[in-house]
Design a protein around this ligand. Sequence first.
Ligand SMILES: NC(=O)c1ccc[n+]([C@@H]2O[C@H](COP(=O)([O-])OP(=O)(O)OC[C@H]3O[C@@H](n4cnc5c(N)ncnc54)[C@H](O)[C@@H]3O)[C@@H](O)[C@H]2O)c1
Ligand SMILES: O[C@H]1[C@H](O)[C@@H](O)[C@H](O)[C@@H](O)[C@H]1O
Length: 341
Amino acid sequence: MPNELRIAVLGVGMMGADHVARITSKIAGARVAVVNDYVVDSAEHLAASIPGCRAVADPLEAIADPEVDAVLLATPGPTHEKQLLACLEHGKPVMCEKPLTTDVETSLAVVKAEAELGKKLIQVGFMRRFDAEYAELKQLIDSGDIGRALVVHCAHRNPAVPPNFDSAMIVKDSLVHEVDVTRFLLDEEITSVQIIKPSANAHAPAGLQDPQVALFATESGRHVDAEVFVTTGVAYEVRTEVVGELGSAMIGLDVGLVRKSAPGVWGGTIAPSFKERFGQAYDTEIQRWVDAVKVGGETGNYIDGPGAWDGYAAAAVCAAGVKSLETGERVAVEMVDRTSI
Ligand SMILES: NC(=O)c1ccc[n+]([C@@H]2O[C@H](COP(=O)([O-])OP(=O)(O)OC[C@H]3O[C@@H](n4cnc5c(N)ncnc54)[C@H](O)[C@@H]3O)[C@@H](O)[C@H]2O)c1
Ligand SMILES: O[C@H]1[C@H](O)[C@@H](O)[C@H](O)[C@@H](O)[C@H]1O
C-alpha cells in the first residue's frame, strides 16, 4: 500500500460528499483519488475542487482502476451488492455505507464471496460503534459495573426523511442502527422481532407507518425496545438506555450545554441531523478504516469495525422486522450458522 491511500468514493450525494470532505480535510494518510456518481456532472464538479482527483463515469471502472487502493461506497443500498462483489473481484478493501445490501439473500452471497477469498475486505458503516458515548456505554457494560445488562430502551428520531422513504425503509434504513447497536452492546444475536404500529403521525406522508416500536429478543432472552420516529419535524435524537442488574446507564441526552434563555424555558442544543450528532463517529470510523487497510496486506484483515457478517445479521433481523410490520406478529430471525461459512 502506498503511504497515502488512494480512495475512490462511489456516490457523491449527501453521505458521499460528506465523506469526501472528511477524507480531504481531516483524515491522515489518505486522499480521494477518484469520485463517481450516477449523475456525472456532480462527480466532475466535485473532482474539480479536489487536487489530484478525477471523475470516472462507470462505477465498476472506478473500482478496477489500478490507481485506486480502496473504495468507499456511498451509493444507495440497492446498488451495493454489485459494487461490493466487484470490489472483492479486484481485491479492493471497501467501506460500505449501511446497509450491506437490501435483502438477506444478497447479503449472504456477499458474506460467502468474501469468505471464499479468505480476506476481510468489507467494512460496514455502522458508525455508532465509533461514537464516544456508545463506546463508553459498551465499556461500562463489559466492565460488569452495572451487572448483567437485561433490558435496553432506545429512541431514534429524525426530523424528516427523503420523500422515497416507505414503512419498510424505516426498518431497513433507520431501525437497522438499533439492530447493530443491540448486537454490539450485548454481544449476541437477535432471535425475534416484533413491530408495534402506534397511531401514525398525522404530519407524515400518507401511508407511512411512523412511528414504529420494535421489540427484539436476544439469544439469551434479553429484551430491547426501540421507538423509531422519522418525521418528528423537530431535530435528531438518538438515545439508548441500558438497564443492568446493578444499575442503569443512558446516552444521547444532549446535555453538553444547558441554557436558561427565557422565563419558564430551559434547554441546551440539539443536533439537527446525523451529520452533526455522529460527526465524530464518522471521523473515527474512516480514520480507523484507513489505518486498518494500510496494514491489511500483512494480516489479510482490512477492517477495524463491523464486517460483512454484521451486515448480513442486520439484514436478517430487518427482514424479520419487515415481515412483522405486515403481520403484527413476533417473527423469528432466520440466519445461517456462522461456522457453516
Ligand atoms: N451511516 C449513516 O448515518 C448514513 C446516513 C445517511 C445515509 N447513509 C447511507 O449512505 C448511502 C447513501 O445515502 P445518501 O443519503 O447519501 O443518498 P443520496 O441519494 O444523497 O446519494 C446517493 C448518490 O449515489 C448516486 N448513485 C445512485 N446510483 C448510483 C450508482 N449505481 N453508481 C454510482 N452512483 C450512484 C446518486 O446519484 C446520488 O448522488 C445509503 O446506503 C444510505 O443508507 C448512511
Ligand atoms: O440513512 C439514515 C442514517 O442511517 C441515519 O443515521 C438514520 O438516523 C436515518 O434514520 C437514516 O435514514
